[in-house]
Write a new protein. Structure first.
Length: 277
C-alpha cells in the first residue's frame, strides 16, 4: 500500500473516530441506558455502544464499501480489499456507565486476516473525549498525542517500572490475575488499572506507563492503541515469542521487555488457553 493511500486511511479514521467520540459524549450526557450483559454481571453493553458502532460502521461502509469490518457489538463483515476496520465504539464501558472519564473510541485499519498475531496495522486512532485527547498514528508515520510526536525513551529498569493491567470479567480469572499482581508488586514501582485497554496502551506510548499487560483482550480492545504504541517505539508482543492477542498482550519500553517477561512468568502469568471447540 502506498504512503498516500495510508495517509488517506489515516484521515478517514480520524474523522470517523471524532464523529463517534462526539456522539458517545452526547449520549453520556443524556444518561446511560444498559442494553445487555455478556459474559458476567460486570460485563455490560450500553445503548451508546451499539448506536456509536452502528454510526461508525455506516460511515466507513459509505466511504470504503470494499473493506471489512470487525467491531465489538455487530457482526463481522468480510473484506474484498484486504483491509479491515477494527472498532471499539466505547472502550471502557463500565467507566462510561459510572461516569468515570477513562473511556475512548478506538478505530484501526489493518491489512490481512483480522487476527492481532498476524495482521499488519496501518492506522490507529484513539479518542478520549472527556480528557480532550486524540492519539493517532499510521504505519511509518509516527505517533502523536494532540499533534505532539511521541517517542519512548530507551531507559528504565524494573524497580522504576509503572505497570498497567486489567482484569477479566470471570471471577476465577480475576483470582489468578490478582495473584500475579501481588507478586509483581514486590519488584516494580507500582500498578495501575484504568479500565480501558486502548488508553493503557496509548499511555505506554506517552510514557505515562512503562508497561501494560493483560490476558483476554479482544482485537477491538487493542488494535488502535497498538499502532500508536509501535509507532512510538514500544515493544508489543505476547509471551514466549508469541504474537500479541487474546492469549497474552504486553506493551512496554523495549529496554525492559526481556526482564519484565521473565518477571511475569516467574509471577505466575500464563497465556490464556484456547477456548474449547
Amino acid at each position: 500500500m502506498t504512503p498516500a493511500a495510508v495517509t488517506e486511511l489515516h484521515r478517514l479514521a480520524l474523522a470517523v473516530a471524532e464523529e463517534g467520540a462526539v456522539m458517545a459524549k452526547q449520549m453520556r450526557e443524556a444518561g446511560v441506558a444498559i442494553a445487555d450483559r455478556k459474559s458476567s454481571v460486570a460485563d455490560i453493553v450500553t445503548e451508546a455502544d451499539r448506536a456509536v458502532e452502528t454510526a461508525i460502521r455506516d460511515a466507513l461502509a459509505r466511504a470504503r464499501p470494499q473493506d471489512g469490518f470487525l467491531g465489538e457489538e455487530t457482526d463481522e463483515a468480510g473484506s474484498a480489499s484486504g483491509l479491515t476496520w477494527v472498532v471499539d465504539p466505547i472502550d471502557g464501558t463500565v467507566n462510561y456507565a459510572y461516569g468515570i472519564p477513562a473511556w475512548a473510541v478506538s478505530i484501526a485499519v489493518v491489512e490481512g486476516d483480522p487476527d492481532p498475531a498476524t495482521w499488519t496495522g496501518l492506522v490507529g486512532a484513539v479518542i478520549s473525549p472527556m480528557a480532550g485527547e486524540t492519539w493517532e498514528a499510521y504505519r511509518g508515520g509516527g505517533a502523536r498525542l494532540n499533534g505532539r510526536r511521541l517517542h519512548i525513551a530507551k531507559e528504565t529498569e524494573l524497580a522504576r517500572t509503572l505497570v498497567g493491567t486489567g482484569f477479566g470479567y470471570l471471577p476465577e480469572r480475576r483470582v489468578a490475575q490478582a495473584k500475579v499482581v501481588t507478586r509483581l508488586l514486590a519488584t516494580v514501582r507500582d500498578i495501575r488499572r484504568a479500565g480501558a485497554a486502548s488508553l493503557d496502551i496509548c499511555s505506554v506510548a506517552a510514557e505515562r506507563l512503562d508497561a501494560y499487560y493483560e490476558v483476554g483482550l479482544h482485537p477491538w480492545d487493542l488494535a488502535g492503541g497498538t499502532i500508536v504504541a509501535l509507532e512510538a517505539g514500544a515493544h508489543v508482543a505476547g509471551l514466549r515469542g508469541a504474537g500479541p492477542g487474546e492469549s497474552f498482550y504486553l506493551a512496554c519500553n523495549p529496554v525492559i521487555a526481556g526482564p519484565l517477561e521473565d518477571l511475569l512468568l516467574a509471577s505466575g502469568a500464563e497465556p490464556l488457553a484456547p477456548a474449547a471447540t
